[in-house]
Design a binder for this molecule. Sequence first.
Ligand SMILES: C[S@@+](CC[C@H](N)C(=O)[O-])C[C@H]1O[C@@H](n2cnc3c(N)ncnc32)[C@H](O)[C@@H]1O
Length: 317
Amino acid sequence: MAIASNGKDTPILEHLTTLSDSVRSRILVLLGQELTVGDLCAVLQLPQSTVSRHLKFLADRNWVDSRPDGTHRLYHRTLDAPGHDARGLWDMVRAAVEESSAGAVDRERLASVLASRRSRSREFFDRSAGDWDTLRDELFGPHFHGLALLGLLPASWTVADLGCGTGAVAEALAPFVREVIGVDASPAMLQGAERRLARFENVTLHAGELEHVPLADGTADAVSLMLVLHHLDRPELAVREAARIARPGGKVLIVDMLTHDRVQYRREMGHTRLGFSQEEIETICHEAGLGGTRFQPLPPAPEAKGPNLFAFTASKE
Ligand SMILES: C[S@@+](CC[C@H](N)C(=O)[O-])C[C@H]1O[C@@H](n2cnc3c(N)ncnc32)[C@H](O)[C@@H]1O
């Protein structure tokens, strides 16, 4: 009669061998959260070679896994997955290790290792508070949080961008909302927008005048008029159209220049208006049936050469 002697036919014997080493069992308990080899060495007060040898042993048997984190690897236990064939045995061993005096010491040392990690990060921020804005810009650029805040928009929205130009607004919005519809009268601008927005399946572009927008009533959850109204002879007509294509309760956003005195813009860029005062914009919007208004001057970017801007939001009542 053949007797299984290497444990291969009876996995539980292999599992018992794995767990019979008290260091391995303590490592497994600690790896309920992600830790580096260095963290484990500090908690267990063992040399790196010993900890690495045990980790390799456990990883070879799929009891732990790891992922890269900068120049380190972070290890975690995989044993807790439902259906793992050592799960029942592990639950018993874990309870015993956690109740042991070694388990209690490990818990205390782990708490202090994690606390020193936290205090390293706090020290860094205490030291770098004065330089943080510069460092943040260096690492990530000055604009990412403005774009990220678009994540606050409802993902179900359809947004119409009137006077979309080459599609800067649509490009920012498209990743965050269901649909963006751009409208512009200039074929050259629309061509630029087409090129820029080709990668988005949820953007459509229409040729059309803002005084007669080629969209049905109530099409959009939100409508944007960005740097457009100062080009129009009768901006109130475009705002009326924006209100018409917004659904009830929908939003209208107007971004434009505050009143300024750069008369050369009329000649150089075809501006018909030298910006708008808050009062002018509020009057135009109220006459178009928009309420719940908010007028917000925007802080000028340091490198900006143009007049200061405002953002005006209103709702269709
Ligand atoms: C200064 S650009 C702004 C483009 C874009 N909104 C942006 O922020 O980059 C103004 C745009 O409005 C469009 N436009 C001006 N008057 C228009 C009108 N009456 N009907 C449709 N589009 C018009 C122009 O073709 C141009 O693309």
